[in-house]
Design a protein around this ligand. Structure first.
Ligand SMILES: [Zn+2]
Length: 284
């Protein structure tokens, strides 16, 4: 089976930065067998985020993107984040069941949309969950981890940018669910544990210097992908960026906003340049 992950290798000056986009995939594998409308599932995608960061490779940083939908399996969750009520049979590994798992937002989502509709009319089998982990989740993690390890080996440091977009209204599960999100961007470093202060400040200042509202760890703090491979004390920095979709996406009609999409891509190109220049200067 082909690995369902796109990697655009770095070109140009070698740079200790890696970008990844885990939620922009729009492939819905045939065995998904969901019972909600596809358009409802598609609202869970972070649409075209990998295109917004397309300048990364020319700035010396690889760009990794999932091809499969995060609604099928979410690379940004732990592989143990599975609700035991969603499958038949015995799971061969330990599970970490959280409040989020139980509300249907774990590794394999069981609910979708504002009304939290059940995605399945059936229980999943252990075999199909294992297939999703082994053939989708694992290759994504392996690809990202290898890119970060190679970069760290070569430069002694890595800066990992985990790229997302967020709905213009706070999603279900957040304290302000349903209210407009006033942040244009939210940076997440899990309360300072996944990226250094200096780097986080650089990104915050750059975006606010362009005239935007930038939240830091405001609701969106980063999840599994910034947690898993970061270690700021050993110069492994991982920062999540959430872009407010209203800046580039027509959420009602699910199309790019004319002009705004290109504008947003230019802004992200400028940000990529700042981040890559910084990382090269720090890694000497
Ligand atoms: Zn996302």
């Amino acid at each position: 089976m082909k690995v369902p992950v796109t990697v655009i290798p770095a070109r140009g000056k070698p740079t200790p930065v890696v970008f990844d986009s885990p939620h922009s995939g729009s492939h819905y594998p045939e065995d998904f067998d969901y019972v909600v409308p596809l358009s409802m599932l598609r609202r869970g995608e972070d649409p075209h985020v990998e295109e917004l960061f397309a300048a990364a490779p020319d700035n010396g940083a690889p760009l990794i993107a999932a091809e499969f939908s995060r609604m099928y399996i979410d690379p940004n969750r732990s592989a143990a984040d599975i609700d035991p009520d969603m499958f038949d049979g015995d799971w061969p590994h330990p599970l970490e069941v959280s409040h989020k798992t139980k509300s249907g937002m774990g590794l394999i989502r069981t609910r979708s949309g504002r009304n939290r509709k059940p995605i399945y009319e059936r229980k999943l089998s252990v075999t199909e969950i294992r297939n999703r982990i082994e053939n989708y989740w694992q290759p994504y993690h392996d690809t990202l981890r290898e890119a970060l390890d190679q970069t760290h080996e070569r430069f002694g440091a890595t800066w990992h940018i985990n790229c997302h977009s967020m709905p213009s209204k706070w999603a279900t599960g957040f304290e302000k669910a349903g209210e407009p999100n006033d942040n244009d961007y939210v940076l997440g470093n899990r309360d300072g544990t996944t990226a250094g202060v200096e780097f986080t400040e650089l990104v915050r200042e750059t975006l606010s210097g362009f005239g935007f509202n930038v939240g830091v760890n405001d609701g969106q703090k980063g999840v599994e992908l910034v947690r898993a491979y970061s270690d700021p004390e050993n110069e492994r920095h991982s920062l999540q960026i959430e872009i407010n979709r209203r800046l580039y996406w027509d959420e009602r009609n699910m199309v790019k906003r004319d002009g705004h999409f290109e504008e947003q891509r230019k802004i992200m190109t400028a940000l990529v340049e700042v981040i890559c220049d910084y990382a090269r200067s720090k890694a000497g």
